[in-house]
Ligand binder design. Sequence first.
Ligand code: ADP
Ligand code: MG
Length: 560
Amino acid sequence: MAIIGIDLGTTNSLACVCQDGQIKLVPNALGQTLTPSVISIDENGDICVGAVAKERLVTHPSDTAASFKRYMGTEKTYMLAGRSFTPQELSSFVLRQLKEDAEHFLGEEVTEAVISVPAYFNDHQRYATREAGRLAGMRVERLVNEPSAAALAASRISRSGEGSYLIFDLGGGTLDVSVVDFFENVIEIIAVSGDNHLGGNDFDETIAHRFCEAVGIMYEELKENERASLLRMSERCKKELTSQKESVLTFGSEERTFTLTNMLLAESCQKLFDRISQAIKNVLRDSKRTINEIDEIVLVGGSSRMPVIFLFLQTFLGKSPCMIGSPDEIVAAGVGTYAGIKERKQEIRDLVLTDICPFTLGTNIVNHSDHERPIMSPIIERNSILPSSKTGYYTNAYDGQAHISIGVFQGESYYCEENVRLGNIEMDILPVRRGEAQIEVRFTYDINGILEVEVTDRYQNRTERVVVTCKTLRLSEQELKQRLQELNAYKLAPSGGIRTRLVLERGERLFAQLSGEERKEIAEVLQRIEESMREQNDQLIANRLREAEAIFDRLDDWKP
Ligand code: ADP
Ligand code: MG
C-alpha cells in the first residue's frame, strides 16, 4: 500500500517512490524514467502509453493523442478509435501506466498518488488532475505545485538547504518561472510567471527553419510528414549539442552539410531569449526581489539541459544557475520526496508547502452605466497565500429584489466577461429596499486550490454553499464510478516484449514517412524481425532488433 509521486508533464511523465528512505525514480518497461505523455489505442483495442504511442502519432494519428495536459479542465474532447475521451481520461491512462510500473518496481500495490501541477493551474485544471488520478484507480489527496516540488528536491539533493529559489522550468512546450522561498520548513511560492507557448518545440522549429535557409528550401512548402521528420531530426541535433560542440546535418544525396553549433543556435534563438527574459523580469518584479536576493537559480525541465540556456541565464542574470542531476527529473524527485514524507505521516507536520493563488477570484457587481457588462469585484487577490478565506459584502441593486445571481470569476480584468467564469450561485433573498440587503460572499480556497463559495443573506440567516463546480466539466460521484468502469474495460498493452513492439512501430512510422528504395529496406528489416519472432529464437531476435535500430537511426536522418 504505497504512495507514489507523479510528475504528469505535457511532454513527459515520471513516477517516483521513496523506498527505505531513498528517493527512486521508477523505470518503465523500456528501462527509462521518462514516459512520453502520449496515448494510442492499438488494433486490439489496448492502450499504449509512452514511446510506442509516440511512434503511432505518425502512423495512426486518429487513434493517438499527445499534449492533452494543455486542455485539462476544458471542454475539449479527443476522438480516438471512434470514441470520445476527455483530457483527464487520457491523463488517467498515463497515470495508470505509471502506477503499474511503480507496482512492478516496488512489488506492492499503489493506492495513492501525489501529483504535481503547474502553479498557475486553476480550479478546473486541478480538479481535472485529481479526477484523472481517481480514474486511474488511485486516491489523490494532495496536489503539489511543480515549482514547490522542484525547490524541495533542490534543497535535499544539492543540500543547498533553505533559501530563496528561482525555479526556471523550460519543458517541451511551456516555460514556468517561479520565485519560491524555503525557510524554516515552509515552502512558499512568492510569484509565478512564464509563457504557455514557449518550450523545447520552439527551439526545434528554429533549428528546422535555420536548416531550410542554409540548404535553400522553403519550410512552408514541406509536406506534413516531411516537416515531422525534419522536426524530429532538429530535436536530435539540439540534444546532441548538449554534449557535443557541433552537430552535422546531411542534406539529401548530394551530401551538402549544415553544421549547427551552440553559437549559431544562440544567434538563431534571439527572439525566444527575449521572451524568456520577459518572463524572468515579470517574476522578479512580482516577487519584489532582485536577483541578489535569490540564493539559487535551479534549472528544471528537459530543455534546461541546453548549454545556450545556461549561458543565456548566466549572462542575463549575472549569476550561474545550478543544474542538479537531470533537470527533467527534478519535479518528479520533489513529488516523490513529498509522497515519502506523507507516507511516514509523523513527518508531514515538519514540512509545510504553502501555495499562492496565482490569479484573482471575485464576483460580479452591477455596472450602473452598462448593465450588460458587470464589473469584477475581487475577493481573493492574486498571489494570496493558500489556504485563504475572504469575505466580500454586497447588497441588493434595486427595491424588492428577490433573487440574486452570484457569479464566481477568475482573472485580472475589470469586466467580468473578460475573466473566466468558474461557476454561479443562484439564491432567493428577502425582498427589501435597495441597499438594505446584507449579502455576504465568502470564498474559501484550500491548499489544493479547490474553491468553496458560501453566500449568506443576513436577513434570513440563510446560507447557500457550493464547492465551485461547473456541471459540464465535472463528473458526479455516480458518473465517476460509471466512467471508471468503462475505462477499466481498456487494458494497457502488455509490457512484455515492449522493445520489439517499439522497433516494429518505429519501422511502420518510417515506412509511412519514406518512399522508394528506403521503404523496401524497411519492409525487409521488418520481415526479418518477424521471421526471428516466428522462430522464437531470442538471440536472433535480439540481433535483428539491434540491426533494425541502427538502420532506423540512419533513416531517421531527414532527406528530402
Ligand atoms: P514537460 O515538462 O513539458 O513534460 P520535459 O521537462 O520532459 O517536458 O522537457 C521536454 C523537452 O526537453 C523536449 O522539448 C526535449 O526536446 C527537451 N530535451 C530533452 N533532453 C534534451 C537535451 N539533452 N537537450 C536539449 N533539449 C532536451
Ligand atoms: Mg515539466
